[in-house]
Design a protein around this ligand. Structure first.
Ligand code: ADP
Length: 137
């Protein structure tokens, strides 16, 4: 069993698609182990997107991710990390296949509905980044 972190991004919240996105994960058998709404700080975003710090679109991502609160969720299941990424689809919503969350609900490369941890290492770091130990059940 693995735990993974998803963030329902501002476009997801603004389009009233939080329930739709979460329902797809639940229907795939993933269990909710933590869930909270948060306004992300510049500091937490600099940490979370440190691999993109030198990209020209980095300030735009930070501003987008701060445009409304997000919903941070820890999901648990067998092979949850790869499974959740597969349900989500590739980064660019326009290139994401129909049937994936980004392909069906996303807008473009940046407005792509949700973040999901991409490895065991990032999942462990993100569980710590977004949740206190007592918030994960
Ligand atoms: P993923 O979220 O699929 O793991 P990355 O870690 O590469 O993708 O990027 C993190 C986030 O930064 C993306 O989900 C998206 O919101 C944004 N992003 C990535 N590439 C671009 C781009 N070329 N233009 C605008 N935003 C981007």
């Amino acid at each position: 069993m693995q735990k993974t972190v998803i963030l329902l991004k501002p476009d997801c919240i603004e389009k009233n698609l939080a329930g739709e996105a979460l329902s797809r994960f639940e229907k795939a058998g993933l269990k909710i182990r933590a869930c909270k709404m948060m306004q992300l700080s510049k500091e937490i975003l600099a940490d979370h997107y440190s691999h993109l710090a030198d990209k020209p679109f980095f300030p735009e991502i930070v501003s987008f991710m701060q445009s409304s609160p997000v919903i941070a969720i820890a999901l648990e299941g067998r092979d949850a990390i790869a499974g959740v990424r597969e349900l989500l689809g590739p980064t660019d919503s326009k290139a994401a296949p129909k049937g994936t969350i980004r392909g069906d609900l996303g807008t473009d490369k940046m407005r792509n509905i949700a973040h999901a941890s991409d490895s065991e290492e990032t999942a462990a770091a993100e569980l710590k980044r977004f949740f206190a130990p007592g918030e994960i059940y």
